[in-house]
Design a protein around this ligand. Structure first.
Ligand SMILES: [Zn+2]
Length: 220
């Protein structure tokens, strides 16, 4: 899953307005940041196979450190605890729980779309509900989820300054474009390292854009 993960970030921002949106954007993709890094390091492995699933060219056959259930629980607890400790001011526990929950949401949403490539534990059985077998339902769930999350964010914030109305709409439009680009049929799919670098660049760019958009909004 790609842009659908950000539905959780937008919704979490509404639940805890004192956590900046960009930090939630990083949290919901934290294990994919790690995944792309470990793919580049040769530790986690995938094959890029045209037509692997209707909505995915990724044969994700080895990613125990970032996408097994046990690993994601560890990532979520570690990220939430670290965030709570480093946070200045009050609400440390609540903020840590929300960041941990945002990190863990990644696995739950991946579970919906992935084929059976998400191990429960290292070497354990692999699960995945396989929504990627349907391009139509993949788009309905990812785009629908993003729009619902963004609507919650917009409803819980109000514009600050003259960019406050257009900025979130522009971000959502850009994310929809990325989603379409990500599913364009390619004659020559990218090589694995290029794909991982592109993923890191995309996640980072979206976090920066979320930071910019958040500056144009204030709690409603
Ligand atoms: Zn993932």
């Amino acid at each position: 899953m790609f842009i659908g993960h950000y539905s959780a970030a937008f919704a979490a921002r509404a639940a805890k307005p004192s956590i900046p949106l960009w930090q939630l954007f990083v949290a919901v993709q934290l294990v994919d940041f790690a995944w792309a890094g470990l793919v580049l390091a040769g530790v986690e492995k995938l094959r890029i196979t045209k037509g692997f699933m209707e909505a995915s060219i990724l044969d994700l056959h080895h990613m125990p450190y970032t996408h097994s259930l046990v690993a994601v629980i560890v990532w979520a607890i570690a990220a939430g605890a670290l965030y709570g400790v480093l946070r200045k001011g009050g609400g440390k526990v609540a903020a840590g729980l929300i960041i941990g929950g945002a990190v863990f949401s990644h696995w739950l949403l991946d579970l919906i779309v992935h084929g059976p490539d998400l191990a429960l534990y290292f070497g354990g059985p692999k699960v995945g509900l396989g929504l990627w077998n349907s391009m139509l339902w993949t788009q309905v769930v990812e785009i629908g989820g993003l729009l619902i999350g963004a609507a919650i964010y917009i409803a819980h914030t109000k514009p600050k300054g003259r960019w406050g109305v257009i900025a979130p709409i522009a971000l959502i439009a850009f994310m929809l474009m990325l989603q379409i680009y990500n599913h364009l049929p390619l004659d020559h799919p990218p090589a694995v390292p290029f794909f991982a670098i592109q993923a890191l660049f995309g996640y980072t760019l979206l976090a920066v854009l979320a930071w910019l958009v958040d500056r144009t909004r204030q709690p409603a």
